[in-house]
Structure formats: structure tokens, C-alpha cells
Design a protein around this ligand. Structure first.
Ligand code: ZN
Length: 317
């Protein structure tokens, strides 16, 4: 595994495979900037390879078939253009899966965008996950794990990609760039611990994205006027609100500095929580309201997202 922070995840998979304890279905939250795409690609190769040890050999018949894009025991299903994954698509996949004998090794199904499964599609899948066929492995990668049906989620083993410490990213980034990091880059490593692969691109181009969480947090801590979300960026503000609430929850629960998005703000955030008398239950219920807005606006067109978000801010900030 070329990304150092994913080595522990990789070891876990290898260990379970060696001990014959692989689950039939894994749920891997899709975090591209953390390396989940690379991880899943390597994992699929490993499962298909007929002589894999610590990684796929790349040379056996199975590996060559997969490389050429026509391995008969490899299946993938994804949402088309963001549309729901229908029950027909799932039935077609399961039909092929059950009716074709496998070549030699395992059958592997990669189910992408799993939160886009319609309810009937998810239910159709449930049965297969309850009574899995031998040597069949599902790798399910939702972008928003909390939007999966709970019954579906409970039948899979969760495999979350490790988030590296700020120190680990600093070390990795310096190594990749072949030079010592600047002060600004060192701070960026703390701020974007969860997005090292995006961070390296920003550092190379010198073009950092607008930091909505820092702006929102800055305005709230200084008791200044909140921003006015527009049609073009209200979703960024919504995400920033969610991330900020999660940060407050971590601070409230006494998480270590290395777990924080903005470790330098820890003391100010603690003070903010004391002043406002917010507890974890409050924060968590506001977080649910944010998810609610996201879901509502995804499902119904014509809602005024910026206004909904502003109303939410006004109600509790
Ligand atoms: Zn191989």
C-alpha cells in the first residue's frame, strides 16, 4: 500500500483473508481524498488474484483478465449521472452473480454510490447479504454512509479508512515534495488531515480552496455577522456547518488535539461552548437538522436552500 496511513487498513484486510475471516460484505465510506479509490482498487485485485500474498501478483490469468477489463467474476454497479440505482439493476446483477459459476477464485462485486440504492433495490440486496454464496465478496462504497438503510448497513462490516495524524501528513508531504515544508503548509496539514491527496495538489499549485469552516467559525467566535449563503455556495456553507458542529462535539467530548480540524482554536471553542451552554445532545440534534435540509433539498426540487440554512442558523446560533 503506497499511502502510509492506509497500511494499517491493508494489514487488517490481509490478516482477515489469511485467517479465512473475511466478511462477505464490507462497507467502505468513499473518501477519495483519503485514498479510498486506490485502496478499493488494490483490494479488488487482491481478491481476484489466484496467487496473491501481500498484494495481487499482477501476472496470473486472473490478474491479466482483470487488467484487460474482462474478468468474468468481477461485477460493478454504480449510479448513472447521480440517478437512483433501481431494483431492476440490482436484480440483473444478482441474477448474473447466482447463475454463473465462478472461474477459479472469488467473485467480487463493487457497489458504488450505495446511498443511491432505492429502498426496493436495497431490500433486494438484503437477502443476498443475509445468505451469501461462498467466495463472493461485496465491497460497498457509499459517499454518505449515514444515508444507507440501517438494515443494509448492519449486514456489512464497516471498514473506515484511517485518518493520518498531522505529523504523519507533514512527513509524507515533505517526502513527496522533496523539501522542507513552509509554516503555511505545516498548518494546512493540520487543517486538511482528512484530505491529504487533495492537499498535495493544492500545495503544488499554490491554489488553496476557500475555507468555509474557518470563515464560519471565525464569524461565530468573534460574534460577527454570519455570511449570506447564495445559490452557488449554500451547500458549501451547509457542509461547513456540519463540520463545525462535529468539531464542537469533539471539543466537548475532550478529543485530543490531533483529532481536531482546527487544533489552534481548541481553547476558544471550549469557551464558546461554555458561554452558550451547549451540550452534545444539542449539537447532535442540530447536526440532524443539517442532514434533514440536505435530504429535503435532494429529494424535492424548488426548495430555497440558502433560506433554509439561514433559518437554521438563526434558530440556534
Ligand atoms: Zn494474480
Amino acid at each position: 500500500m503506497s499511502l502510509p496511513w492506509l497500511r494499517e487498513n491493508w494489514q487488517q484486510v490481509l490478516r482477515e483473508r489469511q485467517q479465512g475471516k473475511l466478511a462477505h460484505a464490507y462497507c467502505v465510506p468513499w473518501q477519495v481524498d483519503l485514498g479510498s479509490a486506490l485502496f478499493v482498487a488494490e483490494w479488488i485485485k487482491l481478491l481476484l488474484c489466484s496467487q496473491a500474498e501481500k498484494r495481487a501478483c499482477g501476472e496470473c490469468k486472473s490478474c491479466l483478465l482483470h487488467k484487460a477489463g474482462n474478468h468474468p467474476d468481477y461485477y460493478s454497479l454504480a449510479s448513472q449521472d447521480g440517478r437512483a440505482i433501481s431494483v431492476d439493476q440490482v436484480r440483473e446483477l444478482l441474477g448474473k452473480l447466482h447463475n454463473t459459476p465462478n472461474q477459479a477464485g472469488a467473485k467480487v462485486v463493487w457497489l458504488q454510490d450505495a446511498e443511491k440504492l432505492s429502498v426496493t433495490a436495497a431490500n433486494a440486496l438484503l437477502k443476498t447479504l443475509e445468505e451469501p454464496t461462498r467466495d463472493t465478496y461485496f465491497i460497498v462504497t457509499p459517499e454518505r454512509t449515514e444515508r444507507l438503510l440501517p438494515t443494509l448497513r448492519s449486514r456489512m462490516q464497516l471498514l473506515r479508512m484511517n485518518t493520518p495524524s498531522a505529523e504523519a501528513i507533514q512527513q509524507w508531504l515533505a517526502q513527496q515534495l522533496g523539501r522542507i515544508l513552509t509554516e503555511e503548509e505545516m498548518t494546512a496539514c493540520q487543517r486538511y488531515r482528512q484530505r491529504p491527496l487533495a492537499l498535495i495538489e493544492w500545495v503544488k499549485s499554490g491554489d488553496y480552496p476557500r475555507d468555509y469552516v474557518a470563515e464560519l467559525s471565525g464569524a461565530l467566535l468573534a460574534d460577527e455577522a454570519l455570511p449570506t449563503p447564495a445559490k452557488a455556495d449554500w451547500q458549501d456553507w451547509l457542509l461547513a456547518t456540519e463540520q463545525w458542529l462535529q468539531e464542537l462535539m469533539r471539543v466537548q467530548q475532550g478529543a485530543a488535539q490531533t483529532q481536531l480540524l482546527m487544533p489552534s482554536k481548541q481553547a476558544e471553542l471550549q469557551q464558546f461552548l461554555r458561554n452558550r451552554n451547549y451540550n452534545v445532545t444539542d449539537l447532535s440534534s442540530w447536526l440532524q437538522l443539517c442532514y434533514g435540509i440536505r435530504q429535503q433539498t435532494n429529494e424535492q426540487s424548488g426548495l430555497n436552500g440558502p433560506l433554509l440554512l439561514q433559518e437554521l442558523w438563526m434558530r440556534w446560533l
